[in-house]
Write a protein of this length. Structure first.
Length: 224
């Protein structure tokens, strides 16, 4: 979860620190109070593009920093560990925006690339709004969201091992693997692939040995 947010010399904000408690936090205010600026600052920490126009008038640089609290099973911890960055249970992200467009990114005190920032923050937060990308509408992310909510990422990795897929992102590739390797006489939908993946996990569907014929679906329908 987002624990603390610090914004300096960004847009109309001089120096602001917000500390969040667990549970729901609501930022309210009249039009022009700066609510959208705070959201824009968080978006920058999640990997959105920065420009010198975001720097407060009269300042040389803008600085945005956020502290996230992580669980040991979080995908961000594994990504950071693979890069030699100690994540422990906290993630500190800092972005510095300068007039010469030589912006800098720091993750847990170490300079990082934009690519790494996007990978680390991909599952940390989602900004949902009238004109924003909403991850809940992305079918390819539904299983990941459910598994994260149920703290099932370790089991997810364990169940992906039989087909040689590892990592918290293994289930979507598994679904693609099944769609590519199992020949059916009907178009393979995402929902059907997800159901088949679940059956494979349970050991009830030998994916590699299935060779259904064109009439199988009609036969099963008639038998029901």
């Amino acid at each position: 979860m987002l624990s603390e947010l610090t914004i300096k010399n960004f847009a109309i904000i001089d120096d602001l620190t917000i500390r969040f408690n667990s549970g729901l936090t609501i930022l309210s205010g009249e039009t022009g109070a700066g609510k959208s600026i705070i959201v824009s600052a968080i978006n920058l920490l999640l990997g959105s593009r920065a420009t010198a126009k975001m720097i407060r008038t009269g300042a040389e640089t803008a600085e945005i920093e956020a502290l996230f609290l992580l669980s040991q099973n979080a995908e961000a911890v594994k990504i950071l560990s693979s890069q030699g960055i100690d994540a422990a249970d906290e993630l500190l992200i800092r972005r510095i925006i300068s007039h010469n467009d030589r912006h800098r990114i720091y993750i847990n005190g170490r300079m990082a690339t934009m690519q790494l920032l996007v990978q680390v923050t991909e599952n940390l937060a989602a900004i949902s709004g009238q004109h924003e990308h909403q991850q809940l509408l992305n079918e390819s992310r539904h299983l990941l969201i459910l598994d994260q909510a149920g703290d099932l990422l370790p089991l997810r990795e364990e169940q992906a091992l039989p087909v040689g897929l590892v990592g918290a992102g293994a289930v979507p590739p598994l679904i693609g693997f099944l769609a590519d390797t199992v020949s059916f006489s009907f178009a393979f939908s995402a929902a059907g692939a997800a159901t088949l993946a679940f059956l494979v996990f349970l050991g009830r569907f030998p994916a590699r040995g299935v060779t259904p014929s064109d009439g199988d679906e009609g036969t099963r329908t008639a038998s029901r």
